[in-house]
Design a protein around this ligand. Structure first.
Ligand SMILES: Nc1ncnc2c1ncn2[C@@H]1O[C@H](COP(=O)(O)OP(=O)(O)O)[C@@H](O)[C@H]1O
Ligand SMILES: [Mg+2]
Length: 619
């Protein structure tokens, strides 16, 4: 499955631009800690730069070269308190102690700064995750129609770690390495300009090299992220349809498909690893080259008597110190590319405009809606699909009911999804109490509407939490009343924990009729002026259907109701029937008029009474 088809067309992520955007978006409140961590990090680097010096003096003492006066006097003073010997032995003991102290200090500072900076990185992941999750919830159904849940899941949970990688593996080591390099270069130039020059040349070669491998690394990283996301999508799709998989015995097929996806990811991951390792090894070779040049040049000068033997050790020490930042720069560059790929996928979501969004002059409703609805010349097409609705005109006076009937695929569900603005019409307008719904805030609009969808959508929570989903402020009594009104109490009472029974993912532990009753109880509890029912009794047996119809009639009382139904006995009692065929209103009127008119409705009615199949299947 190609998950790139989901949101925007992926351009190649630009690591630097992405880094800045991420930091700007997620650094709130972290600047001070970052600064503290950064300063500590640099301090640690400074301490580590001291390391080669005691070594230089030790070698010089051993080689019988002259010892600087400050070491001699320090040794004497310490010897007076703690006998370490004031001659060469004492000096070497002191210098070894200094070596150890420098290491300890460096280690302590590194632990502290890493802890602070990793904390900053993780808090940025937290912030980014919350933002992406919020944003995903606000994106239109059109976005979610075109994106798999597995892919969105992966972007929220894993791709968001990119910001930590960028910050903790990219930016911080990058800056530290750059500063260390500069420090080493300065020390070296101070000692011997030619050595500083060698360092600079190696640095430049490294930069050229890193630029060369940037593009393939980024592309490969992006592919790995996509592969990984496909793996999670595959698992999610198979597991959420596990009953179907098992009932058709398709486990082997699913396993093979999963293995294919996972294998694809493995292949690209291996390639990426090869590229990254090769990149880092190349840095190692550059380092060896630098060491050879520096050692050769320094040794020549020692022989000429310009430098002491300890200076060879000092220079080799600095080259070794040089290697660490060079290596981390190379690593930074490659991991930054990988992280940029993840961040890019996060931005593909954040860049999406919540659609439809509130228009700038949208207002909340000042008085509760009367529930008068009008569709005026409404047309609609799903993105990159042919139109499914043409010139729909429906007027529903407040408090009355309308049934939309018609063959399957006629556009009935689409039509009602325009009212809560899950989608916006491509042409024409919809009015609520004579106000264009585009001029009402989406929150206010949706507060007026209770929807009972064709497939009840329940969450893995208790019965009472599921009912209260439509009204989180409802008290226990309200929930009970709603359940009672929806005729759900008899079966709830039979459950082990009553209202507190957990019902499993998507309500798997309930029957179709029981789920539908909970869905109706939700609508009762919401107590909205407008009620939308999409084939609420499809797939239920005659007995359950009859019971639910009684509930529905209670629910419809005093509300503006739009009901999609194939149950003609329901439809007979509504005020107005609209017959939809291929996206057009072909007939409208009350039941008896339509029967007399002898059109599509009468034909459906006749077929319905001949067989007991729903007419959508007969047609
Ligand atoms: N999310 C969607 N994206 C693209 N096309 C869709 C989507 N939902 C429905 N359709 C198409 O729109 C047409 C009308 O569908 P729908 O409104 O569900 O019909 P009905 O509810 O009358 O059976 C169908 O041809 C269907 O394939
Ligand atoms: Mg439908």
């Amino acid at each position: 499955m190609n998950t790139t088809s989901a949101p925007a067309k992926p351009g190649r992520p630009r690591a630097l631009a992405i880094t800045f955007r991420l930091l700007r978006g997620c650094m709130q409140g972290e600047w001070r800690r970052t600064l503290l961590g950064g300063v500590l990090m640099l301090l640690g680097t400074g301490v580590s730069l001291l390391q080669p010096w005691p070594m230089k003096y030790i070698v010089n003492i051993v080689a019988g070269d002259h010892t600087p006066r400050f070491i001699i006097s320090a040794t004497r003073q310490i010897d007076a308190i703690l006998p370490i010997g004031h001659a060469a032995t004492g000096q070497i003991t002191l210098l070894c102690a200094a070596l150890l102290l420098i290491s300890l200090l460096g280690a302590g500072i590194t632990v502290l700064s890493t802890w602070i900076l990793i904390g900053v990185g993780l808090r940025m992941v937290y912030r980014l995750r919350c933002r992406v999750f919020d944003h995903l919830q606000n994106l239109s159904p059109a976005f979610h129609d075109a994106t798999t849940v597995g892919d969105s899941l992966y972007r929220v949970t894993w791709d968001t770690y990119a910001i930590q990688a960028i910050f903790n593996e990219g930016l911080i080591p990058g800056v530290t390495a750059a500063v260390t390099l500069a420090g080493i270069a300065i020390v070296m130039i101070g000692q011997q300009w030619i050595l500083g020059a060698v360092t600079c040349v190696i640095g430049a070669l490294l930069l050229v090299f890193l630029r060369r491998i940037e593009k393939p690394t980024t592309n490969l990283s992006l592919r790995v992220h996509e592969n990984e996301s496909s793996v999670s999508t595959r698992a999610e799709q198979t597991l959420s349809g596990i009953r179907t998989v098992q009932s058709f015995g398709r486990e082997t097929h699913e396993s093979a498909r999963f293995a294919r996806q996972a294998g694809e990811s493995l292949k690209n991951n291996l390639r990426l690893t090869l590229l990254q390792t090769a990149g880092q090894s190349a840095v190692g070779v550059l380092f060896a080259l630098g060491t050879v040049v520096v050692v050769w040049l320094t040794a020549q000068r020692v022989i000429d008597g310009q430098l002491s033997p300890g200076d060879v050790v000092l220079m080799v020490g600095y080259i070794a110190l040089l290697f660490k930042p060079l290596e981390s720069l190379a690593y930074t560059a490659t991991s930054l590319q990988g992280a940029a790929a993840g961040a890019h996928r996060v931005f593909e979501i954040l860049n999406r405009q919540p659609n439809p969004a509130d228009s700038p002059d949208a207002k909340p409703l000042t008085v509760p809606s009367q529930g008068q609805i009008e569709f005026r010349h409404v047309a609609f097409a799903y993105p990159s699909r042919p139109p499914v609705l043409h010139d729909i005109n429906i007027n529903i006076p407040a408090g009355t009911s309308v049934a939309i009937v018609g063959p399957s695929g006629a556009g009935k569900s689409t039509c009602i999804s325009l009212l809560p603005r899950f989608y916006d019409p491509s042409d024409g307008q919809i009015f609520l109490d004579s106000v264009n719904i585009r001029n009402i805030t989406i929150a206010a609009l949706r507060a007026q509407i209770a929807i009972v969808p064709q497939e009840p959508v329940l969450f893995d929570a208790t019965i009472s939490e599921n009912i209260a989903y439509s009204n989180p402020h409802a008290g226990e009594k309200d929930i009970y009343d709603a359940a009672q009104a929806a005729g759900a109490m008899p079966f709830i009472n039979r459950l082990p924990d009553g209202m507190r029974t957990m019902i499993g993912e998507r309500g798997v532990m309930l029957s179709g009729g029981e789920k539908q009753r909970l869905s109706l109880a939700r609508a009762f509890l919401k107590d909205a002026q407008i009620l939308i029912l999409d084939e609420p009794t499809t797939g239920l047996d005659a007995q359950t259907e009859a019971e639910l119809l009684a509930v529905l009639q209670r629910l419809m009382l005093g509300r503006t109701t739009i009901i999609i139904s194939h149950q003609l006995h329901t439809v007979q009692y509504v005020d107005q029937i609209v017959v939809l065929d291929q996206g057009r209103v072909v007939e409208r009127g009350p039941h008896h008029e339509l029967i007399e008119a002898g059109g599509l409705y009468q034909k459906m009615h006749r077929l319905r009474h001949r067989s007991h199949q729903p007419f959508s299947e007969v047609l």
